[in-house]
Design a protein around this ligand. Structure first.
Ligand SMILES: *[C@@H]1O[C@H](CO)[C@@H](O)[C@H](O)[C@H]1NC(C)=O
Ligand SMILES: *[C@@H]1O[C@H](CO)[C@@H](O)[C@H](O)[C@H]1NC(C)=O
Ligand SMILES: *[C@@H]1O[C@H](CO)[C@@H](O)[C@H](O)[C@H]1NC(C)=O
Ligand SMILES: *[C@@H]1O[C@H](CO)[C@@H](O)[C@H](O)[C@H]1NC(C)=O
Ligand SMILES: *[C@@H]1O[C@H](CO)[C@@H](O)[C@H](O)[C@H]1NC(C)=O
Length: 164
């Protein structure tokens, strides 16, 4: 059982590392993805950005000012962020920075990391639950096997275990 305890705390450490790894990974790649945004000829990454900004109600990496540093913003030259930054029920919003109150105030990075970690926690919880059920099943099988065994060689072991 001591062996089991060591193994499971190691497993938990691995999972914790995964959680932090998500944060590092998002940190490293989100700037690159934003730099490649192309609203005119949207590729998968651009559509993903629009989707995330709408779904998570966020704009930019840390805030909407981040758009100023992107290639897309510099090319458009109209002081606008993508429409996906517009708050959901403002039909007149064009994404212009001169109406900052129309835009989502929160940046997307924190929210994306939170969302991914949430999903990961679900997966990890499910995996641990599954492992626990399997372990329980194995213990039950072991008990049944030992009890049914007619081999007298097992008897001293069981009796010894009970009295110990
Ligand atoms: C956005 O964040 C930057 C630093 O991360 C800050 O300098 C800037 O004032 C912020 N803009 C707004 C509109 O909050
Ligand atoms: C978007 O894609 C088109 C076609 O590939 C290209 O001409 C344009 O420069 C791109 N815009 C940005 C901001 O990358
Ligand atoms: C600014 O330019 C972009 C790209 O040309 C365009 O998609 C967007 O609608 C423009 N926004 C405004 C407010 O004119
Ligand atoms: C926009 O929708 C939210 C809830 O979805 C609501 O609380 C808010 O009052 C709405 N704003 C406007 C201007 O309609
Ligand atoms: C859109 O309408 C709201 C209120 O109806 C106003 O506060 C906002 O400034 C308008 N935005 C633009 C870009 O005209």
């Amino acid at each position: 059982m001591g062996q089991c305890g060591i193994t499971s705390s190691k497993t938990v450490l691995v999972f914790l590392n995964l959680i932090f790894w998500v944060e590092d990974e998002v940190d490293n790649s989100i700037q690159k993805v934003y730099n490649e945004y192309n609203g005119t000829y949207p590729d998968a990454a651009s559509r993903a950005i629009d989707y995330i900004q709408r779904q998570l109600r966020c704009c930019g990496i840390n805030n909407y000012s981040d758009w100023e540093n992107t290639q897309w913003f510099k090319q458009a030259k109209n002081n606008s962020v993508p429409i996906s930054c517009c708050k959901a029920n403002l039909s007149n919003c064009t994404g212009t920075m001169s109406h900052p109150l129309d835009l989502y105030a929160e940046g997307c990075k924190v929210l994306v990391v939170k969302k991914l970690q949430e999903i990961m926690m679900y997966v990890i919880t499910a995996a641990l639950a599954f492992a626990a059920i399997q372990l329980l099943g194995m213990l039950c099988a072991l008990v049944v096997l030992c009890r049914r065994s007619g081999d007298p060689a097992y008897e001293p072991l069981i009796t010894g275990g009970t009295y110990a």
